[in-house]
Design a binder for this molecule. Structure first.
Ligand code: SF4
Length: 60
């Protein structure tokens, strides 16, 4: 299973990943953080990675 990581330099805090997957991502201090790296039950976080406007989500 892929483990999502966020590049804080690229993240603009838009919240799209949190909307797609609140079990995995959360906004803290205007940046997204990974709160549940193994909580994606469906797409291995590909959907969140695709929706991120700055390609800040890397799937390790
Ligand atoms: Fe940051 Fe990308 Fe999530 Fe937006 S979708 S909050 S830019 S990681």
């Amino acid at each position: 299973m892929a483990t999502p990581e966020i590049d804080f330099d690229l993240c603009i805090g838009c919240g799209s990943c949190v909307e797609v997957c609140p079990e995995v991502f959360q906004l803290q201090d205007d940046k997204a953080v990974v709160i549940g790296p193994d909580k994606c039950g469906s797409c291995n976080c590909q959907e969140a990675a695709d929706i991120c406007p700055t390609q800040a989500i890397r799937l390790g």
